[in-house]
Design a protein around this ligand. Structure first.
Ligand SMILES: Nc1nc2c(ncn2[C@@H]2O[C@H](COP(=O)(O)OP(=O)(O)OP(=O)(O)O)[C@@H](O)[C@H]2O)c(=O)[nH]1
Ligand SMILES: [Mg+2]
Length: 352
């Protein structure tokens, strides 16, 4: 699962990437603008921490997400004739997009996050439009030769997308049915990908007015943070970071929230397996059935699936132990069709 970090040059992408992934890629370096940085991080989850305290396992394995600092978005992107090919190749591959907007004044000029958002959004729309138009032409040519119902259906969906994009709206908000989205899957449309806005503001400034303006424009609240502070915290030793946060009266770094938020953005949930050996969070899509979920652990568990002994995290914690939860009737034996819920603690019973 990959999230691509994009934004105008010198908006703070690499700073935020470093903070998220505790990396030390060079910041403030235009020449490095084309370099792609990739880093994988554990998703902080207090539930997994609590389970680990309960089971005291040898190993704790959190869920993971990968961030890609895509770089390479051309300078003056809206006027320079579109997004670069290399940039697009990278971006089409990611599952969701994090758009960093400069909220601090710099040599490039005063902060104008709303204007920057409009420019970048327009580029994403244009890129999708070009793809859709090309495909429409192709499908029409084929349809002139043979009338195939599946092509007619595809044409209908493509034309709906085209209208949406012409109205400068993202494909994401069209409410497409899953069979319609399936037809579009191979295009990996940029405006169909989940999007998170990050307002990278200056240390001292009040970011609320700008955040409100962005929210009005996009319908979603941006995630506000100050990149350099987060990068500093990420690079401190744990106890140093802790006292720094205490001094500022902050519970946790904004980045922890941002990592959790980006995990949610991907539409993923997690279930847990517990034991003396390891406590582990497993990532699945919302709507995954128990048997399939067992397959993420091991294909043998999917093949030989009998039942999923399941207790929800909240019930397990309230009871204090698995045995107590069972006494209280919260441990269920679920069949293969059971839809796994976020926070289920599961023990798969299977035949070898
Ligand atoms: N004042 C202030 N400066 C910042 C902030 N975030 C980043 N910077 C500075 O802005 C410059 C660019 O930061 P980078 O993280 O390299 O930006 P980038 O978007 O990766 O830049 P390119 O890869 O060249 O497009 C650096 O000098 C950072 O220290 C911020 O929130 N406030
Ligand atoms: Mg950079």
């Amino acid at each position: 699962m990959q999230l691509g970090i994009i934004g105008l040059p010198q908006s703070g992408k690499t700073t935020i990437f470093n903070a998220l992934t505790r990396s030390t890629a060079k910041v403030g370096d235009y020449s490095a603008g084309t370099a792609v940085h990739i880093g994988t991080v554990s998703v902080p989850d207090p539930r997994l921490d609590a389970l680990t305290r309960m089971y005291n396992p040898r190993k704790k394995v959190p869920a993971q997400v990968t961030y890609v600092d895509v770089g390479g978005m051309a300078k003056g992107v809206s006027t320079s004739g579109g997004l670069g090919a290399e940039f697009l190749t990278q971006l089409h591959k990611v599952d969701a997009i994090i758009l960093v907007l400069r909220g601090f004044d710099s040599a490039a000029g005063p902060a104008e996050p709303a204007g920057d958002y409009r420019d970048i959004f327009t580029e994403l729309v244009l890129s999708d439009m070009a793809m859709i138009e090309k495909r429409i032409e192709r499908v029409k040519t084929d349809l002139r030769k043979v009338k195939r119902p599946e092509l007619e259906k595809e044409l209908h969906v493509l034309e709906k997308c085209q209208q949406q994009l012409e109205a400068e709206r993202p494909v994401r908000t069209m409410g497409l049915h899953s069979d319609e989205s399936k037809l579009l899957r191979s295009f990996q449309l940029l405006t169909e990908k989940p999007l998170m806005l990050v307002l990278n503001h200056a240390e001292s400034a009040d970011c609320k007015p700008r955040a409100a303006e962005l929210e009005k424009l996009t319908g979603g609240e941006p995630f506000a943070l100050c990149g350099p502070i987060e990068m500093d915290i990420a690079q401190m030793a744990d106890d140093e970071a802790k006292s720094f946060l205490e001094e500022l009266k902050i519970d946790e770094p904004a980045l922890n929230r941002m990592i959790r938020e980006s995990y949610r953005l991907l539409g993923r949930i997690c279930f847990f397996t517990v034991g003396e050996d390891e406590c582990r969070a497993w990532t699945i899509s919302d709507g995954t059935k128990a048997q399939q979920a067992a397959g993420t652990i091991h294909s043998d568990l999917e093949r030989g699936f009998i039942r999923a002994e399941t207790v929800h995290y909240d019930h397990l914690m309230a009871a204090g132990s698995f045995a107590k939860a069972r006494e209280q009737g919260h441990v269920r034996l679920e069949g293969k069709e059971y839809l796994v819920r976020d926070g289920d603690v599961i023990n798969v019973k299977f035949n070898v």
